[in-house]
Design a protein around this ligand. Sequence first.
Ligand SMILES: [Zn+2]
Length: 419
Amino acid sequence: MTPRGWAVLTLGGLVLALLVASVVLVPWSRPPAPRADQVAALGELPVDQVAHAREFRSALRPGAYGALVVGLLVALLLGLTPVGARLVELAGRPFGGHWTARAVLGGLAVVLLADLLTLPFAAWRQSVLTRYGLSTHGWSGWAVDLLKSYAVSAVIGAIALLGFYTVTRLAPRWWWAFGAAGAAGLVVLLSFVLPVLVEPVFNRFTPMEQGPLRTELMAMAARDGVPVRDVLVADASRRTKAVNAYVSGLGPTRRVVVYDTLLREATPAEVTSVVAHELGHAKDRDVWTGTLTGALGAALAVVALYLLGSWGPLLRLAGVDSVAEPRAFPLLIALVTVAGLVAAPAQALVSRRVEARADAHALALTGDPATFEAMQRRLAGVNLADPDPPRWEYLWSASHPSTVERMAAARAYAREAGR
Ligand SMILES: [Zn+2]
């Protein structure tokens, strides 16, 4: 069988594996959140709070969708015309067009150009956040964060680009197989190292101070059968007023992180409710699930790019001979951008299901739906979330159930548990 035949077979296998993983690992059965409860919950939220949140979300929208459209247009312009290939050549020229310069500098130049052209929209977003009082770090802090994220992306990008184009050179017929394995491996590696190598670039993490709250949280984790070494507090207040918590890392790097803003804004019982949700993610191995599906998706993308990239008309549009050369990198970016837009609603759906399961876990673990609901109300209030967002936006991009869905889930739990 030819390499191309093997690639088609591998693609089929990866699609199947991704389908099986999503059927087995994603909690498709819906936790109860009756619409009547949602409507009742919405009716009980302060009218001016809801109006203010909706005004804020509307103010963000033009920038968000502007960035999306411009990002797509730039990717298509660079990838589906010879402009991108010429940019890669240009970046390699000071180094005599050496392939490593084209691969790394050319690749980074393409990404940087797209970032710069969408920069005005990022600034728009920051100005809206400042106007509504959510951002606390000012323009200089914002710029520093931006430069740090460019630097982190450049390091990870350079490693990926150099690795990828080394493989396409060493194995011109089988690069897709090594590339797929390498992409999957990179996803797993990043899951392990992001919390210890990248997150500290943006925030300082300190163990939660000794006291009744910490004791209560550790006891709850023990009761839940989730070994937690520590609960870390992130100094999120340096850039935002928003409250949040999350779990990241795998095995030895796994941690539960709460924002210092959460400790400041919420009652200890509400913090407990939030951490119970995060323990749900840990207990159900949601980081593993995300990592596994991410790794399968990355491998699938590499094989699909190889197969699509042997399509003559596409190569002619991009003005390249082969998809495996650095000059074709803009074409790869264009294809990945389009695929990302198409996959976004499916990713959001999976994320919402996983989040709803963590909510159900928090309710069962604390047995305290009233506090859970109060916490949801506070989250929406502080973060200026639209408690019941427009349907299309929810389906397109919501990573969590809406506030009224989460409140309704608490009410359904309370009814069932007779509390
Ligand atoms: Zn969550």
